[in-house]
Design a protein around this ligand. Structure first.
Ligand SMILES: Cc1cc2nc3c(=O)[nH]c(=O)nc-3n(C[C@H](O)[C@H](O)[C@H](O)COP(=O)(O)O)c2cc1C
Length: 148
C-alpha cells in the first residue's frame, strides 16, 4: 500500500504531524512519501492508494475557524475518485476546520475515508502517537472494507 502525505504548515507543527502520520502508516507496512503541498513527487501521488492531506486551523481562535491556505490545496492535482484522509492541526478546536477540509475534499470528488484533528502545541508537547495510530488504522480499515 502506497500512502502520500501532503501537508501545509506555517510554523512546523503540521509538518511534524504529517511526519508522525507517515510513521504510523510505515509501522503498518505502507510505503510512505511525506511532502509539502507545494513540492511533491507527482508520480508517487498519482499511484498512491491513499492520499492524506493536512493543514492547520486558521480563524479568530474559535470564531469562523477554517482550514488554512486552502488556495494552496486547490492547486493540487485532481483528487476525484481517490481515497483521501484529511487532518487538521489546531490549538482550540479542530471541529469547524476539520469539517471544512472534509467538505472541501468531498466537493472535489474524493472518497474521504478518515479524518483527524491533531493538537500539536500546548504546555506539554502533545504526544501524537495514539492519535496518529487511530487515524492510520481508521484509513486502512476503510480501504480494506472498500476492497472486500
Ligand atoms: C493566524 C492564526 C489563526 C489561528 N486560528 C486558530 C483557531 O481559530 N482555532 C484553533 O484551534 N487554532 C488556531 N490557530 C492555531 C493553529 O491552527 C495551530 O497552532 C496549528 O497547529 C499551527 O500549525 P503550524 O505549526 O503547521 O503552522 C491559529 C494560528 C494562527 C497562526
Amino acid at each position: 500500500m502506497n500512502v502520500a502525505v501532503l501537508y501545509q504548515s506555517l510554523r512546523g507543527g503540521t509538518e511534524r504531524a504529517a511526519h508522525r502520520i507517515g510513521e504510523a502508516f510505515e509501522a503498518r507496512n505502507a510505503t510512505v512519501g511525506v511532502y509539502p503541498v507545494t513540492q511533491f513527487d507527482a508520480q508517487f501521488v498519482l499511484k498512491a492508494d491513499l492520499i492524506v492531506i493536512g493543514t492547520w486551523t486558521d480563524g479568530l481562535f474559535g470564531i469562523a475557524a477554517k482550514p488554512a491556505q486552502i488556495g494552496k490545496l486547490n492547486a493540487l492535482p485532481s483528487i476525484a475518485h481517490r481515497n483521501v484522509a484529511v487532518f487538521v492541526t489546531y490549538e482550540i478546536s479542530p471541529k469547524r476546520s476539520l469539517a471544512g477540509l472534509a467538505d472541501w475534499a468531498t466537493e472535489r470528488g474524493a472518497d474521504v475515508v478518515a479524518t483527524a484533528g491533531l493538537r500539536v502545541r500546548g504546555p506539554r508537547r502533545p504526544d501524537l502517537t495514539e492519535a496518529t495510530a487511530t487515524f492510520a488504522d481508521a484509513a486502512i480499515d476503510a480501504l480494506s472494507r472498500a476492497a472486500a
